[in-house]
Ligand binder design. Sequence first.
Ligand SMILES: Cc1cc2nc3c(=O)[nH]c(=O)nc-3n(C[C@H](O)[C@H](O)[C@H](O)COP(=O)(O)OP(=O)(O)OC[C@H]3O[C@@H](n4cnc5c(N)ncnc54)[C@H](O)[C@@H]3O)c2cc1C
Length: 428
Amino acid sequence: MKRGLMDMSQISVAIAGAGLSGLCLAHSLLRAGFNVHVFESDPEPFARRQGYRVTLDEYGMAGLQKCLPPRLFELFLATASPTDEDSYFRVTNQDLGEVFKLTFKGDRSGTDLRTPRQTDRQTLRTIMLDGLQDRIHFGKKAVRADLAPDGATLHFSDGSNTHASLVIGADGINSALRKQLLPDCDPEDANSWGIYGRTPLLHNGHSIVPGPLKTSGVYAIGKSGKGLFFTTMNFRESPKTAFSRFGVEQLPPISDDYVMWALLLPKELFPVSHEKLDSENLLRFALKTALDFHPVLRQFVNQADVECTMLVKLKAARKPSSWPVSRITLMGDAVHAMPPTGSHGGNTALRDAALLAEKLKAAASQGEPLEKAIASYQAEMSQYAFREVKAAKAMLKRFSIQNPFMGWVMLRAMPWIRSMKNKPLTTE
Ligand SMILES: Cc1cc2nc3c(=O)[nH]c(=O)nc-3n(C[C@H](O)[C@H](O)[C@H](O)COP(=O)(O)OP(=O)(O)OC[C@H]3O[C@@H](n4cnc5c(N)ncnc54)[C@H](O)[C@@H]3O)c2cc1C
């Protein structure tokens, strides 16, 4: 008998990981009538500080739009950055002399999803937790999944397990399920580590970002492979007022505009004892390392929130040579982690969620085997996702300029030529 829409509740889905892709998929499948549960290793929603913003592009936003209830998607748009003005991605030398810039046309209507937006990660996550309260189980660390008759069993570190028609590993870069399903595909070290931080945008009532840079993401290339990136998180509408306007009770932890910065360094420049560095010492090390950079950039590090400073070891996924199809599959960073250069990791994860949901819904409504949907998802996703991994790795390499002549051209000659016809970026 063909499965009709009414039978979707017979299909149970266990998702390991309540991050961007896991929550997005959960919304889409729940709305279609599937029986979905999400298992998250953190003991509570905001157990870890993930105090940074994420740039969402057309793929990420299309993923959200397809999966979230329209009300929550509207709330996302209300709290993301405004799009009225053009925005830029600028590459500069360490003195903020511009090497080149990419321009993204503004959109006054605020509805064109081709215009990228900044969103605060915790705000987005709070939006995506809404409506899933009785579907998410915190403190459940997935350790492995086994195939079982008509589905799979997901096992947890506390010894418990759950059976479902499908198990999805959305458990991030250190995915336990990937280690099991694709044991040769642990992400490789990108040899570059980042110190990420957050700094309030206003200091004594004044913005710490000079006017010409307020809608820019800037990557300043320094010496010895160092780089300092920053961008501003401006909320279109304060999350506090927007959440109350949309009737969402749980408020996100952050409501004020901020600057997110990241100091990227070859890993050998880190002290040997880096594993032991707490946020305070990490920030102290960042301050010392940022001394070569323009005072505007140093100020971000100087005035950062200590407890939001974190170390991220950049990694890049290895493409599986073959990926067997079963009732267990993977999404997002669990399968295609990539360095944040280019800002595609989260976007690709949201794209996966929308694609997998679409394939599963189509198979279920047409009475086709779920394996067929998974095969088609894995094939299509591998194409676009590993293209992004390759591009992110290449961009990271380009920014850590090794060739002295190229370094001279890019970091001295080009900024000098551009300074002849443009005002300095730090002009108010
Ligand atoms: C500082 C920084 C800046 C970034 N900026 C951007 C950007 O601008 N644009 C962009 O597109 N991407 C960006 N990314 C990448 C983006 O954050 C990730 O690609 C994205 O979060 C991946 O989503 P995911 O759902 O696969 O994994 P995650 O969002 O990492 O979610 C994984 C979830 O699984 C949980 N988990 C882990 N292990 C287990 C387990 N064993 N059992 C159960 N649960 C588990 C975790 O606690 C987490 O909640 C950035 C990343 C970093 C670190």
